[in-house]
Design a protein around this ligand. Structure first.
Ligand code: ADP
Length: 490
């Protein structure tokens, strides 16, 4: 498909439809021709004693409207030649001094005007070329004045928004592209005025009503006096990239869910124990109550205490089921402020039995006065479970009395981040450090190798970071940091 040449930017030369341009050119050409004839006739055949040939400057000025620089130069030469010709016809062969002087002034005026016009044309051409370059950009670029009226609209903007340049000039830009700001509009403009630039993500609407997400960069142009004159906006279409990102996030969420359910599968035995224990307590205590009810004299206080234990055990079993339901839930992530210490305690409660079964000695060091973090509880718990299970598995080959696991929480000195560290005395990561977070990297016969890569995507999606390190003595430490939600301590 052949492309039409780029349109001349409006703010340099007001564009008109091609038929109108044709008529406009013809009009100025005719006007210049008529003026030339009239001036030539007056100069040659009238006895007027004024420098009529000076009027040729009008012809030169008119010629700018239909002629290139070379053309203007040729017309100026023509005007000079006609001046001399008139002079020869009307004054020859006497050549009166005042006539020579008048023709000389006219020639000088033609020379100066031509020089100025050519300079002006050259500057305009330079600007036009620069504007053509803007048309080559794939980004949408437009200029608007301080009243938000569009003054320039490049080809990229035509392609992105579907509005032709001619349709947008003079229209309000924010209205034309239906800009939705991620923050208060006043704040955006305040930053632009203060720093001269603004960058951010905007949602805009095309002519056909569909919406686009753009990475937008604004810069303020000032006039010679330093007063704001115009805003240059460059928009890069991010819609496809955003959609791909969303699909990726969805795929990751599904994968994370599958991994959670798989982890629950691994923990089935210990979880069954966890629920079984309070259930056994409930049965035993209920039987005791029934026996006491058969006695002649009712031991009300004993029965009340036992019933209280039954209620407590029932709640405990209920809590375990609730925690599991939360983990196996498949839903949209919900980021809410939460206390990481509570989450660590809950997660350890879920794994405590497994640790005991593997003779792991657990040490917990939870920092006091931690700021909250804004996170999805289920996702964060998945990270903790993954790291804790990995730590336990890394200690399989460690002698039973040396299986030490430590969980610590802390706050960064400047209060901006909450840190969680899981320290084990297992086999360490010396040989595998570089591959740890690669998807499908595993050293376990039954491993999938997705745990750490899921942990990293969850932590990074929360604006945090996760990293491993080798312990001085034995084993390794996995740490993650999340941005503190509140700056003041709770
Ligand atoms: P998987 O547990 O299925 O192998 P992960 O992504 O959770 O998948 O872990 C990848 C690999 O990283 C593990 O197979 C193991 O070799 C190594 N690894 C993870 N955590 C530790 C740890 N605490 N100590 C030593 N190696 C570890």
């Amino acid at each position: 498909m052949t492309k039409t040449p780029p349109a001349t930017p409006r703010f340099l030369q007001p564009g008109l439809p091609s038929r109108a341009v044709h008529w406009r050119t013809a009009f100025f050409f005719m006007l210049a021709a008529l003026c030339t004839l009239a001036i030539f006739a007056l100069h040659t055949f009238s006895n007027n004693r004024i420098a009529i040939a000076v009027l040729y400057v009008i012809v030169i000025l008119i010629s700018v409207n239909f002629s290139s620089r070379r053309g203007v130069f040729a017309i100026a030469l023509g005007c000079a030649a006609l001046t001399v010709l008139s002079f020869l016809i009307s004054d020859g062969p006497h050549y009166a001094a005042d006539s020579v002087w008048r023709s000389g002034v006219a020639l000088l005026a033609i020379l100066i005007t031509t020089f100025l016009v050519l300079r002006m044309q050259s500057a305009a051409e330079r600007l036009q070329n620069q504007a053509h370059l803007l048309d080559l950009s794939h980004d949408a670029i437009f200029v608007r004045d301080m009243a938000d009226r569009i003054a320039y609209w490049n080809r990229g903007a035509e392609e992105l928004y579907g509005w032709r340049s001619a349709e947008t000039i003079g229209r309000f830009s924010l209205e034309t592209v239906g800009t939705e700001f991620p923050m208060a509009r006043e704040d955006v403009f305040a930053e632009l005025m203060r720093t001269g630039r603004w960058e951010g993500e905007l949602i805009q609407t095309r002519k056909d009503g569909t919406r686009v997400i753009v990475a937008s960069r604004w810069s303020l142009q000032k006039d010679a006096n330093g007063a704001p004159a115009a805003i240059l906006e460059t928009d890069t279409d991010m819609t496809a990239a955003k959609q791909a990102q969303d699909h990726l996030a969805q795929a990751q969420a599904e994968l994370a869910h599958v991994a959670r359910v798989a982890t629950l599968g691994e923990l089935t035995t210990t979880i069954a124990h966890e629920v079984n224990q309070p259930l056994t307590g409930i049965v035993t205590n209920s039987e005791a109550c029934l026996r006491w009810l058969d006695r002649d004299e009712l031991a009300i206080d004993e029965i009340r205490e036992t019933l209280k234990r039954i209620v407590r055990d029932g709640r405990r079993a209920g809590d375990v089921v609730e925690r599991l339901r939360g983990l196996s839930r498949k839903g949209e992530p919900q980021r809410l402020p939460l206390q990481i210490n509570d989450l660590v305690a809950d997660t350890l409660a879920l794994l405590r039995r497994e640790m005991k079964a593997q003779d792991v000695t657990l040490k917990v060091g939870l920092a006091r006065h931690l700021p909250a973090v804004k996170a999805d509880r289920v996702q964060l718990q998945q990270v903790l479970i993954n790291l804790l299970i990995n730590a336990m598995q890394a200690m399989h080959a460690t002698p039973r009395q040396g299986r030490d696991l430590e969980v610590r929480t802390a706050v960064q000195e400047d209060g901006t981040e909450v840190l969680v560290a899981i320290i084990d005395s297992g086999c360490g990561i010396a040989n595998v450090e570089a591959q740890l977070f690669n998807p499908f990297f595993t050293t376990k016969s039954d491993g999938i190798g997705m745990g750490l890569s899921i942990c990293r995507s969850i932590i990074e999606a929360h604006g945090g970071r996760i990293w491993p390190s080798r312990n001085v003595n034995a084993g390794s430490t996995f740490q993650f940091a999340l941005p503190a939600y509140e700056s003041q301590y709770q």
